[in-house]
Each structure stands twice: as C-alpha cells, then as structure tokens.
Design a protein. Structure first.
Length: 287
C-alpha cells in the first residue's frame, strides 16, 4: 500500500539520513526503483513530473501500475508516490488519481500567491492523509519543461511557508537540475543552516541530486536535508548502458532485439545507481 512521505521523512530527519526520491518514466524505471528499495530495505519515494505523467498515459495509469507492482512484487518497504514540481491543477488531479504525496511548486508565484495556494492544498492533503512539499526560492536549470532561475531562498519566506503546515520544504540553495557546470559555486550552506534554524523539525528537500559531490550531500543531510531528489543520474546511466549494448551489436545477436532484452542493461544500470544513492543517503535498512 502506498504511504504518505510524512513518517518516513520525520524518521529520516530525526535519524540524520535522507530518503531518495527517484523519478520514474516507465514500467522498467518503476520496477527497478521498487526492487532496489526492497533489496536494500529502504523507504523510497517515486517522483512523477507532469511531463512523465503524460508520457506514461496519465496519473491513474501510474497509480494502477505502482499499486499492482507493490502487491505482485511483494514490496513491503514504505513507498510514496509523489507528484514532482506539480502545478496547482496537476496537484488536484494527482490527489484525485490516488497519489500519496504531492509537491506544489509555487516558487514562480509572488510569495503571497504561493502562500495562498499552498494553504489550500495543505488543508486538502491533511484531510486525505497525504504529504505535501512546497518550494521557496527556485532550483536552477530545467527539468521536464520546469525552468528555474536558481534564486536562493529567503529563510524568512521558508518559515512562512513551513508554518502553513506543509510536510516538507524544498528551498533553492544554489542547487541545479541536470548536470552541474564546471564553475558551479556549490550549495549555500549558510542559507541552509538558517532555514533549518527557523523551520526546526521540518524535513528539508534537496532537489537537483545528480552530480552533487558526496561531501556536500553529507553536509546537507547534517543540516536537516531528509529527502534528496535524483532524476538525471538514472537517465544518464540508463542511456549509457543501452548505448553500450547496441554499440556492441548485442541487439543483432540471437534475440537481442527483443525489447525485454534491449531494456535489460538500462534496467540494471538504474538499479545500480539507485543502490549507490541509497547507500550515500544512509537510508539502507531504515524501512
Ligand atoms: O525534482 C527532481 C530533481 O530535483 C532531480 O534533479 O535531475 O538534477 O537529479 P536531477
Ligand atoms: Zn526538482
């Protein structure tokens, strides 16, 4: 059964580790993430962007697929199905479709409007027992059509949003979606420390988890980050493994053209990436 992300993230914050959110794109992605979580006895959050939601046939299709896998693959670790960078309308659709967790990304609205819309969603999510993530400041770069200026969050605004009763808070602290540029200045730990001081026990979320050096990940966790989002890194490992299989001509041998064989190396590559992240974030054996 899908669960809200609330308990797993509160436990992570108290235990000083982070739960990974891994974005899914199709059946193979979903199965790879779920099996890796189960094998490592780790809680996990499946992230679905609005673009990936459309690609997979719609939110109800995704809920059906994930619930089917939880049952038939005997997944017993805590799993949340989470809308990633959702619009206000997308959030409402996912709530109706049966998602267990929602991110409302109101970071592009003026703070008053972000507060207004977040407040309304807090009351809907509370009533239904769903977790809700809000965003303040913005994440640089682009993810599935969501473009952010990379504006570092104002800690006072973070407190205002946290006080609305959201479950977890994403703050822009110099993090970027996709690959980090060579001249990246790194995460703003002083801002993160201030946000943590003002928001207390609230689990903080680090977006743009691809390519952040290990020491920065560990420092972010020590300053209250309890959820880390990873998307591009799984895509890169999937693409590299698939490319290798084809470039080595394996698709031309025997039944190598069978889609189940063509997708197998990418599937294994996603599993390896997810396992590596779970170990780094400290969520192994925390189910
Ligand atoms: O919302 C999802 C992410 O923040 C993932 O970022 O693609 O840089 O790993 P990433
Ligand atoms: Zn993100």
């Amino acid at each position: 059964m899908l669960v809200s992300a609330k308990d797993m993230l509160n436990k992570a914050k108290a235990g000083k580790y982070a739960v990974g959110q891994f974005n899914i794109n199709n059946l193979e992605w979903t199965k790879a993430v779920l099996l890796t979580a189960q094998e490592n006895n780790s809680p996990v959050i499946l992230g679905v962007s609005e673009g990936a939601g459309k690609y997979m046939g719609g939110y109800k299709t995704i809920v059906g697929m994930v619930n089917g896998m939880l049952e038939e693959l005997n997944i017993t670790v805590p799993v949340a199905l989470h809308l990633d960078h959702g619009s206000y309308e997308g959030a409402k659709k996912c709530i109706e479709a049966g998602f267990s967790s929602i991110m409302f990304d109101g970071s592009h609205y003026p703070i008053e409007e972000n507060i207004e819309k977040t407040k309304e969603l807090v009351s809907i999510c509370n009533e239904k027992g769903l977790s809700l993530e809000a965003e303040v400041g913005s994440i640089g770069g682009e993810e599935d059509g969501v473009v952010g200026a990379g504006e570092v969050a104002d800690p006072n605004e973070c407190k205002m949003i946290a006080d609305l009763g959201v479950t977890m808070l994403a703050a822009g602290i110099g993090n970027i979606h996709g690959k980090y540029p060579e001249n990246w200045a790194g995460l703003s730990f002083d801002v993160l420390a201030k946000i943590q001081e003002l928001t207390g026990t609230m689990p903080l979320v680090l977006h743009g988890g691809t390519g952040i050096p290990e020491d920065m990940i560990k420092k972010a966790i020590s300053l209250g980050v309890s959820k880390i989002n990873v998307n591009t890194e799984c895509q890169l490992s999937f693409a590299a493994a698939t490319r290798k299989y084809i470039e080595e001509g394996k698709d031309l041998q025997g039944k190598g053209f069978d889609p189940r064989k063509l997708l197998a190396p990418g599937f294994e590559a996603i599993k390896a990436t997810v396992k590596e992240k779970m170990e780094l974030f400290g969520s192994v054996n925390k189910a």
